[in-house]
Design a protein around this ligand. Structure first.
Ligand code: PMT
Length: 398
């Protein structure tokens, strides 16, 4: 599996002769599995034509902060939220200074301020400019703010000087960027994640189910795997690719989910229950397709087992993180489920909204445990999953 599979990268291109290398960088990032959107400063468009970048990335190039057409499509805040990584390559001395001062005078600068994603810069400038104390101070400030600095490379420069300041080679940038997504937070741990909906059959052609797409659970499995865990992903029927390095167990009903979960949880360290499990199933599944009746129809339902609380009760050493999908009094209901199901922590999310919750790319959530809460503002499910994993490790000293 490629190092950047499923990663969404905004490639920010600023003005400098190295901008020509950004065209190749787009291709290298895509080869590594990333989805790439390009944002160029005006200065960058003097060095490389937006059309070139558009043809390579396969998407419209974003240049203007105040562009009603672009805002109607993927606006600058939406773009900032979409990304897993903002990679600025080349990053000119001027743009780096802009970042340090938090100026929002271009689309790219605004995205930098607005994004919750990881940020990396590949500086490119003349060697004397790079060596200047102002540049050194600026780079040190960015590093303190968790901006990853890639390069620069040392060698002959476009101006004829020799020394450090050349943009790092695209292949090296791609390798470094890949390593930014790997962390050892869960190294040596076994993590089980449930995802997607369950289906409870009524007859051979009909079933009860819900709107879960599996995106939240798959993002959690991927984030746990990136964090170095051995991951078993138990999934209801969804239309998603298996995240890299995760072992998939496919299930249909809550009964199958329970069986697979008990088996996988044996010897595991963490159980994350993001699946949207049907609470009820048909008391009897009709052997043949149920025929229409003129009068109404009553289907008798019976309770399904509660998967997450059964797993928690059977494995006292397991850390169990549940989810609460609510449409009102979100936190209060989640807190109640945390206690009732005897979980270690729960993620509350609002499934009454169109922009988060079920079947969306973004989510907004609140972590609740016995003595703390933490709110995660709206962001991509990929990013939220990483933030949840990091918070879980931090809270539980796992
Ligand atoms: O899949 P997506 O489209 O990305 O949407 C994500 C999501 C909204 C499904 C996800 O974020 C989420 O909230 N998952 C939990 C859905 C759910 O079933 O919530 P609940 O409040 O009904 O259940 C509470 C907890 O008990 C959950 O951890 C659930 O997995 C578990 N449960 C529920 C019923 C049951 N019979 N057995 C269970 O284990």
């Amino acid at each position: 599996m490629s190092s950047l599979s499923n990663k969404r990268i905004i490639l920010g291109v600023t003005g400098g002769i190295a901008a020509y290398k950004s065209a190749e960088l787009v291709r290298r990032l895509q080869d590594a599995g990333a989805e790439v959107r390009v944002v160029m400063t005006h200065a960058a468009t003097e060095f490389v034509r937006p059309l070139t970048m558009q043809a390579l990335s396969g998407h419209q190039i974003h240049t203007e902060l105040l562009d009603s057409d672009a805002e109607a499509g993927m606006g600058h805040i939406e773009l900032a939220r979409w990304a897993d990584l903002l990679l600025i390559a080349p990053a000119s001395a001027d743009f780096i200074a802009n970042m340090v001062h938090g100026r929002a005078d271009s689309l790219l600068a605004t995205i930098y301020l607005a994004t919750p994603a990881k940020v990396a810069v590949a500086p490119a400038m003349n060697q004397a400019m790079w060596a200047h104390p102002a540049s050194m101070d600026n780079i040190a400030t960015l590093r303190q703010r968790n901006v990853n600095v890639i390069g620069p490379d040392d060698g002959i420069q476009a101006c004829g000087d020799t020394g450090p300041g050349r943009m790092e080679q695209p292949d090296t940038i791609v390798t470094t960027v890949g390593s930014l997504f790997a962390n050892g937070l869960l190294a040596g741990k076994k993590v089980v994640v449930t995802a997607g909906p369950t289906r409870e059959a009524l007859d051979p052609v009909r079933y009860i189910s819900n709107h879960s797409s599996g995106k939240m659970g798959y993002a959690l499995a991927e984030a746990a795997s990136e964090a170095g865990a051995q991951v078993i992903l138990i999934s209801g029927p969804v239309n998603l690719a298996i995240p890299p390095n995760c072992q998939l167990v496919s299930v249909l009903s809550a009964g199958e989910l329970l069986e697979a979960s008990l088996e996988a949880a044996d010897g595991a360290d963490i159980f994350i229950a993001a699946a949207a499990v049907a609470d009820y199933r048909a008391k009897a599944i009709a052997a043949q397709k149920i025929k229409k009746q003129d009068a109404g129809m009553t289907i008798q339902l019976e309770r399904n087992p509660d998967v997450v609380s059964t797993v928690a009760a059977a494995n006292s050493a397991l850390f169990v993180l549940g989810f609460a999908a609510e449409t009102e009094n979100v936190e209060a209901h989640a807190r109640d489920k945390l206690k009732r199901k005897k979980l270690d922590a729960i993620i509350a999310n609002d499934v009454s909204r169109d922009d988060v919750g079920f079947d969306t790319d973004n989510n907004e959530a609140c972590w609740i445990d016995a003595d703390s809460t933490k709110t995660f503002s709206k962001r991509s499910k990929t990013q939220l999953a990483r933030d949840i994993i990091e918070h879980m490790v931090h809270r539980q000293s796992l």
